[in-house]
Design a protein around this ligand. Structure first.
Ligand SMILES: [Zn+2]
Length: 323
């Protein structure tokens, strides 16, 4: 049977090789760039998923996709990971004040960042998730696609935690998220790692094979998507190494989750100052030196002038009142 696949979101070609046949569809890899996606076995189109109540609570809907009990039994572990991330982000980006979590779900990360004093916001297309936002997120979560946050931009940090694999066009999603950053701000992307030890061990039972995941990224294809969307070369790293680099004392449950149950990678893309992009590094450094030396000279003149004024004023204060 000859298959006609959609154009690859990363490189535009239509050729795929089959990686796994699953009950939920077929896992295929782009023959040119290696980007992996889940397609319907009959139509070869990307699978889609709805994020209603059934997605967040298996008893209310389809037990084969989504969460068992997102706001119930899973709340503690979600909160624990969110708090670890929040510690890491505030350590890594100490000057950050305003953050946006795209695909915020019930707002666990938004709450954890708000608790650390940040102006934290979240946006999610799921009306159910936003309506059931966790305690402490009132007024911080907005229902909709990320574009509804354009009026509130720019942000110091934009996060996409386990989100990019759910979106039909990962390149334009990253491009949109990146455009919400102020100059010098950073985009943090976390996604399951495809091709790692967990996949090798679990095969067709791989924990991340779900019908809500349209795409699966290796370190290489995640970097390629980020490069295409932002123009930056970005390295990726596993979750625990990243948290340790950010000086997080990783709690046992988070440690266990990312060693035994999950394999995920994180990438950080920083939006350069426009002057760096436009004028080049050398010119920027020269500009900085000019500013610095001008400031120094101005300060010296100010100091001298203040000294003179003080002496003058002091002398005048001792003058006898005029007659
Ligand atoms: Zn491709």
């Amino acid at each position: 049977m000859s298959q006609s696949y959609e154009s690859c979101a990363l490189c535009d070609t239509r050729k795929r090789s089959i990686e796994y046949e699953l009950p939920i569809g077929t896992i295929v890899a782009c023959e040119r760039c290696g980007l992996v996606s889940l397609v319907d076995s009959e139509t070869s189109e990307l699978v889609t998923c709805s994020y209603d109540a059934g997605y967040y609570h298996a008893a209310a809907g389809n037990a084969s996709v989504g969460y068992t009990d997102y706001f119930g039994s899973e709340a503690t572990s979600r909160d624990s990971f969110a708090r670890s991330l929040a510690v890491g982000l505030t350590t890594r980006f100490p000057a950050a004040r305003k953050t946006l979590d795209i695909g915020c779900g019930g707002g666990y990360l938004v709450r954890a960042l708000a608790d650390r004093g940040l102006d934290a916001r979240g946006v999610d297309t799921s009306a159910f998730a936003v309506a059931h936002g966790v305690e402490g997120t009132a007024g911080r979560l907005v229902e909709g696609t990320m574009s509804v946050m354009a009026d509130v931009a720019p942000f110091d940090i934009v996060t996409m935690m386990d989100v990019i694999e759910h979106l039909p066009d990962p390149v334009s999603a990253i491009r949109g998220a990146f455009s919400f950053l102020r100059e010098g701000g950073s985009l943090v992307v976390l996604t399951p790692r495809y091709g790692g030890a967990l996949l090798q061990r679990q095969g067709t039972e791989y924990v991340h094979f779900n019908s809500d995941h349209m795409y699966y990224f290796t370190e290489q294809t995640l970097s390629a998507v980020l490069r295409k969307a932002t123009g930056s070369d970005v390295a990726t790293q596993d979750v625990l190494s990243t948290l340790m680099d950010w000086h997080v004392a990783v709690p046992a449950d988070v440690q266990h989750k990312y060693t035994a149950d999950r394999d995920s990678i994180i990438a950080v893309v920083t939006r350069e100052l426009d002057v760096l992009r436009g004028a080049g590094l050398l010119q920027f450094v020269n500009h900085l030196l000019d500013v610095l030396s001008a400031t120094t000279i101005t300060n010296q003149q100010d100091i001298r002038r203040v000294d003179d004024d003080e002496v003058f004023d002091a002398d005048r204060r001792h003058e006898p009142a005029s007659v």
